[in-house]
Design a protein around this ligand. Structure first.
Ligand SMILES: [Fe+2]
Length: 142
């Protein structure tokens, strides 16, 4: 076997291992878009699912560090075997900018990306909880 063929087999084996460790899609039981019933007085469950978007400093090329934590006012969403944030998507003026796929237990709701925010007016993030649905938050970029 040539070295190149061995490397290909090794790469395929690594990919198969990665796929095998992914969560069971059957655990995702709610894909409904949820909304905060009273935005002035969100419930603890609503705070727990709402993305909190922060914009940090820009690098020398103008890309600002944007971080998304799931949970607001210190109420963080859990990440346990049967209840977790399985995906977060960040949008810049409605255009998809970044997505992260998360595994239960081993990672909790968090996304970070460097975004060129110079001409962006709004950043939005959607947090997808396997049990409680999809929650969206937005902030203005100033
Ligand atoms: Fe949840």
């Amino acid at each position: 076997m040539k070295r190149r063929d061995a490397l290909k087999i090794g790469a395929l084996a690594a990919l198969a291992t990665t796929v095998a460790s992914a969560y069971d899609e059957k655990l995702i039981v709610n894909k409904q878009a949820m909304s905060i019933k009273d935005p002035a007085n969100p419930t603890e469950a609503e705070l727990k699912h709402s993305p909190e978007i922060t914009i940090g400093t820009a690098d020398k090329n103008g890309f600002a560090l944007v971080e998304v934590n799931i949970g607001q006012k210190g109420v963080l969403h859990p990440s346990v075997e049967n209840h977790w944030i399985y995906e977060i998507t960040l949008f810049a003026d409605g255009h998809k900018a970044a997505t992260v796929s998360l595994e239960p237990k081993t990672s909790r709701g968090y996304l970070a990306a460097r975004i060129d925010t110079k001409s962006v007016k709004t950043l939005s993030a959607v947090a997808r909880c396997n049990l409680h649905g999809d929650y969206t938050s937005s902030i203005a970029v100033v």
